[in-house]
Design a protein around this ligand. Structure first.
Ligand SMILES: Nc1nc2c(c(=O)[nH]1)N[C@@H](CN(C=O)c1ccc(C(=O)N[C@@H](CCC(=O)O)C(=O)O)cc1)CN2
Length: 299
């Protein structure tokens, strides 16, 4: 039976380091890290995530600001807000919650956030820095950064000789995750919806990272015995066993069958999800430390 990787516990450790670094900034510079989170519209899941981010930012001792804009906000109004936040010296990190309503151009907004305050790690400057191995001055996207900490917790810092397969190729997750694995010396394959024979590609993976957005797609016979599995999916499915109309969360990996084959595996919930929020806090304290010229904490 696989070891279940506890993302909540790992996230608590990150948060403890963030809180300490935040307190040190305040005592040395009299400044608290400032995080602005922008949400547009009324998507229920997005509001839950943003509320969790704001709560955690306060717990870390940050100056936490939330801008909730109506669903009919124009591109111009959203860009004006982001420009104001870019210019505000009290704000060290800016995050625009995704997805944005369809009439808005997410890419334009993402690229408008100044790269030094881009705590989501989505600006092309930060994406380029990960691609070129510059982890000293860039900011890494939160979910891949958190997933990578879980991989290293299971396998150590050097992944030399290990085959890693990432299923999914988004800018938010798949591409940066593949680059982080490569930087740790893994031999990386990127697979996606157009890949032929996903099962046999996955069967070769010592590290299997699933970010496909399809409930329990990865089955036990796709998994190499002893592999480390990181499940990035968060899918809500009907759970009639809990009562009529009830739902439950599952990942992209069929957990119950895969844990019998894998060496270690992240659960959903309680795996990668909590790490996403913890790494947002980590990026914010890193951005604030750089802006204020103090020693940058390591995660
Ligand atoms: N601007 C961004 N937008 C979005 C991101 C992001 O990183 N930046 N990621 C996702 C959503 N997300 C954060 O925003 C997120 C998703 C899930 C969790 C989490 O802790 N999940 C829990 C379960 C929560 C539940 O019960 O629903 C878990 O897995 O244990 C945190 C953050 C899309 N948008």
């Amino acid at each position: 039976m696989a070891t279940v990787i506890d993302g909540k516990l790992a996230a608590e450790k990150v948060i403890a380091t963030v809180t300490q670094a935040s307190a040190a900034l305040e005592s040395q510079k009299g400044v608290r890290p400032g995080l602005a989170v922008v949400i547009v519209g009324d998507d229920a899941a997005s509001h839950t995530y943003v509320a969790a981010k704001s709560r955690m930012a306060k717990q870390c001792g940050f100056n936490s600001i939330q801008h909730s804009l109506p669903g009919d906000t124009t591109q111009e109004a959203l860009e004006a807000l982001v420009s104001d936040l870019n210019a505000d010296p009290a704000i060290h990190g800016i995050l625009v919650q995704l997805p944005l309503p369809k009439h808005l151009d997410s890419e334009r907004v993402t690229q408008l956030v100044t790269s030094e305050k881009d705590v989501d790690g989505l600006h092309v400057v930060n994406a380029g820095k990960i691609a070129t191995g510059d982890f000293e001055t860039g900011l890494v996207s939160c979910t891949p950064a958190g997933s990578m900490l879980l991989v290293k917790q299971a396998l150590g810092d050097d992944l030399s000789g290990l085959n890693a397969v990432v299923i999914g190729r988004s800018n938010l997750f798949g591409k940066p995750m593949a680059l982080l694995l490569l930087a740790a010396n893994a031999t990386v394959t990127m697979a996606h919806s157009r890949s032929k024979d996903l099962a046999s590609i996955c069967k070769n993976a010592d590290i299997l990272v699933a970010a496909v957005g399809r409930s329990e797609m990865v089955k036990a016979d796709w998994v190499k015995p002893g592999a480390t599995i990181i499940d990035v999916g968060i899918n809500r499915i009907p759970a009639p066993e809990k009562g009529e109309g009830k739902t439950r969360l599952v990942g992209d990996v069929a957990f119950a069958e895969c844990e019998k084959v894998a060496g270690s595996i992240t659960p959903v919930p309680g795996g990668v999800g909590p790490m996403t929020i913890a790494m947002l806090m980590a990026n914010t304290v890193v951005a604030a430390s750089r802006a204020l010229g103090v020693a940058v904490p390591k995660f």
